[in-house]
Design a binder for this molecule. Structure first.
Ligand code: F6P
Length: 324
């Protein structure tokens, strides 16, 4: 393989730049020409393809966002769009791709291979940590630490005013951010889409805490929880507890997607970016590279996308035990 492309796609996550850097420098080290494709699949279709040099990734390892920009491409969902993308790759003689993104990105890459035969190795880049085949995804650790910093600050004011806070964190279908920052932030309750949490239990836990002279509480809610978002849940709890508590809601939102990546994310991203180049060289295709028990692994896209990575029951139980 002499020429490859790298791109970021879907929601950005801190550490994507470290991954691009590792892919670019890893390719150059192995005498492979590497092109950056901007705006994800959209740029592949429109031909936003630029030759990368070692210098083009200087001073990027510490930066959040993605220097290659990103998009969720509607046009790539069509066969016409994918044909245009293939023609653009042909123009540059690009024979393989490194896709940094999540499940939507990998689904597109697999379809693209089946139609046009361009192999892709995927690097898991999403704050949600919802991909099977890797213990952690690029950006997750940073997002957890960003959310935790906010929770610590909210706890100060919650305590001063004797308030109950519902704090909503990201995670469309996944409670990973919620469970980690909930445990690390000492939350009384964590509500995640993976488990059913009855609102009666939430009300009861708050009442029991009140009876034990607990004057403030933090409830971390993953945005994808089955009971709704934090605002909706807070409304239901106000009703269930007859407005006994002074309840506030804070939605952390996109701050979780930005900022300088943690050391953990930079190291993970560097390993995955270099491993993706070396995976393509070894002939891997339609696989996601990951780190499982500290070892690099390659998991078929089909498994990475469809298999679930459940949150450990031990962590879920621990929230209840430690919040007494
Ligand atoms: O998949 C990452 C993620 O941040 C989810 O946690 C969230 O639901 C979604 O992206 C938000 O996407 P957008 O930035 O397009 O609103």
């Amino acid at each position: 393989m002499k020429k490859i492309g790298v791109f970021t796609s879907g929601g950005d996550s801190p550490g994507m730049n470290a991954c691009i850097r590792a892919a670019v420098r890893g390719a150059i080290y192995h005498n492979i020409e590497i092109f950056g494709i901007k705006h994800g699949y959209n740029g592949m279709i429109s031909g936003e393809i630029i030759k990368m040099s070692s210098h083009s990734v200087s001073n990027t390892i510490q930066k959040g966002g993605t220097i290659l920009k990103t998009a969720r491409s509607k046009e790539f969902l069509t066969v016409e769009g994918r044909k245009k993308a293939y023609e653009q790759l042909l123009k540059h003689n690009i024979e393989g791709l490194i896709a940094i993104g999540g499940d939507g990105t990998f689904t597109g890459a697999e379809v693209f291979y089946n139609e046009f035969g361009i192999p892709t190795v995927g690097c898991p880049g999403t704050i949600d940590n919802d991909l099977f085949g890797t213990d952690y995804t690029i950006g997750y650790d940073t997002a957890v630490n960003t959310a935790l910093d906010a929770i610590d600050k909210i706890r100060d004011t919650a305590d001063s005013h004797d308030r109950v806070f519902f704090i909503e964190v990201m995670g469309r279908d996944s409670g990973y951010i919620a469970i980690f920052c909930g445990i690390a932030g000492g939350a009384e309750i964590v509500m995640v889409p993976e488990t059913l949490t009855s609102l009666d239990t939430v009300a009861e836990t708050l009442n029991q805490g009140w009876n034990r002279s607990k004057t403030s509480s933090i409830i971390v809610v993953a945005e994808g929880d089955e009971e709704g978002n934090a605002t909706e849940i807070a409304k239901k709890i106000r009703e269930k507890t007859n407005n006994k508590f002074d309840i506030k809601v804070s939605t952390l939102g996109h701050i979780q997607r930005g900022g300088a990546p943690t050391a953990r994310d930079r190291i993970l991203a560097s390993r995955l970016g270099l491993g993706a180049v070396e995976g393509l060289m070894k002939g891997y295709k339609n696989v996601m590279i990951g780190v499982v028990n500290e070892q690099l692994t390659y998991t078929p896209f089909a498994d990475a996308i469809s298999k679930s990575k459940p949150i450990s029951q031990e962590l879920i139980n621990m929230v209840n035990i430690l919040s007494i």
